[in-house]
Design a binder for this molecule. Structure first.
Ligand code: UGA
Length: 451
């Protein structure tokens, strides 16, 4: 066990150079610790060593650049990474299986490899990967069974609450740090690593810490699906969901965050974690009705948008549609579970022709949709199109010149899947504008366009 003195430089290993792993490694280096980050993907490690990060995350390249080779090292070799570590953070992916369960193969094999490399030492293993409640205890038994002469190892659950796009800030200024373990000393040692941040630390048992993570993501997803259901009602009764959300958000018991109506949530976390929690509940004999409805509403948001567009254009077969935004949200090049991808799939199903543009996520999208057209800016994407769908609210889309946009299009239809545009401005520029849960200024004129 490491000695527990505050302010001491610790030797930390981080397993996994993905979003969470890389941010964790760079931020612990920034806090003054000696950090080795390990990934089994040699190409990824070589890229990072040469200064190219595998994803877009503001502030991260600067941190890596500042500490690499001094207090931050990258390796593919377990012995090098684990040999001297006092803490080993596990930050490997837990994707979803076809059944909706979390795929734990990477976590298990990473834990085994770490255990074999311990070589008689007893680092504290800290699990950051989001995995079903109970997995941290499973890891404890895997590690203890495979540990190389070190005896039982302690595992601590320390879920992450990083948002892509603000992950560095979220790490350095967390709302809370949650640390779960039955071993009071081990969890206090992990707590000390975060002490310089001067933020609330919640100590719990392992399962509770794991549950805090799932419940937090599920609640955020629930807020989004809630406001999306309200948006649909707003559309029907002629109210404006944006002001409804503002009015609700002013109540501190509700809060204004995550009340942005639109085509729903995507990304590598919210959809996956709600599915996994729902599955977990079901196998324990519960009926997670609310969680299932949250997912259902989310899927429905994409369909609603396409149904509306079909209604406006008469048919989508042969229509030329521009999709603005491919990343699952602005500020990232991540397209995992992106709502834009669902929109593209639905448009393909309806036999529309698609031209897409995103400031950051084009390369990734081309791997999934090699056959659609791509443009090098928004105006080029919209040229000759029958409609534009806004799927990701990048600032550059908000800044577009509406009149110019109108002038390049064949038919003037804007479907604002993120309520990012000013409907009046769009209408004044000659568009039929449709937001999500905003009064339908365009319905009356829409008849003309189908004619
Ligand atoms: C999410 C959580 O917000 C983090 O706290 C958590 O640590 C992370 O998952 C994780 O588990 O690692 P992230 O996946 O980066 O973070 O994405 P969010 O910012 O939460 O956005 C998720 C989706 O919800 C996006 O598609 C976004 O466009 C959508 N969204 C968000 C809305 O549709 N409406 C809103 O009001 C807010």
């Amino acid at each position: 066990m490491p000695e527990r003195q505050s302010g001491q430089v610790r030797r930390i290993s981080v397993v996994g150079a993905g979003h969470v792993g890389l941010v964790t490694a760079a931020c612990f280096a920034e806090l003054g610790h000696e950090v080795v980050c390990l990934d089994i993907d040699e190409e990824r490690i070589n890229q990072i060593r040469s200064g190219v990060l595998p994803f877009h995350e503001p502030g991260l390249p600067e941190l890596v650049q500042k500490h690499i080779g001094k207090t931050l090292w990258f390796t593919t070799d377990h012995d090098t990474a684990i040999r001297n570590a006092e803490f080993v953070f596990l930050a490997v992916a837990t994707p979803t299986t076809a059944l909706g369960t979390a795929d734990l193969r990477f976590v298990r094999s990473a834990a085994r490899a770490v255990a074999r490399a311990t070589n008689g030492r007893r680092p504290i293993l800290v699990s950051k990967s989001t995995a079903p409640v109970g997995i941290t205890e499973t890891l404890e038994s895997i590690l203890s069974a495979e540990a190389n002469g070190s005896g039982p190892l302690t595992v601590v659950a320390n879920p992450e609450f990083l948002q892509e796009g603000t992950a560095v800030r979220d790490f350095m200024e967390p709302d809370r740090v949650v640390i779960g373990s039955a071993d009071i000393e081990a969890r206090a040692a992990v707590g000390e690593l975060y002490e310089p941040l001067k933020r609330p630390v919640l100590y719990t048992d392992i399962k509770t810490a794991e549950m805090v993570k799932y419940a937090s993501n599920a609640f955020l997803a629930t807020k989004i699906s809630f406001i999306n259901e309200i948006a649909e009602i707003c559309e029907k009764v002629g109210a404006d969901v944006r002001d409804v959300a503002r009015g609700m958000g002013l109540d501190p018991r509700i809060g204004s965050a995550f009340l942005q109506a639109g085509i729903g949530f995507g990304g590598s976390c919210l959809p996956k974690d709600v599915r996994a929690l729902s599955h977990l509940a079901a196998i324990y004999g519960s009926h997670p009705q609310l969680l299932n409805t949250v997912l259902e509403i989310n899927a429905e948001q994409r369909r609603r948008l396409i149904t509306r567009l079909r209604h406006v254009l008469g048919t989508l077969r042969g229509a030329k549609i521009a999709v603005f935004g491919l990343a699952f949200k602005p500020g990232t090049d991540d397209t995992r579970d992106s709502p834009a991808f669902d929109v593209i799939r639905l448009l393909e199903y309806e036999e529309a022709t698609i031209r897409a543009y995103d400031p950051f996520a084009m390369e990734e999208t081309k791997r999934f949709f090699p056959d659609i057209e791509y443009a090098s800016d928004a105006y080029e994407a919209a040229a000759g199109c029958d409609a534009v769908i806004l799927a990701t609210e990048w600032q550059e889309f908000k800044d577009l010149d509406m009149r110019h946009l109108r002038s390049v299009m064949r038919r003037p239809v804007l479907i604002d899947g993120r309520n990012a545009w000013d409907g009046d401005e769009a209408t004044n520029a000659g568009f039929l504008y449709f937001g999500m849960g905003v009064p339908d200024m365009a319905s009356a004129q829409a008849e003309e366009i189908t004619a």
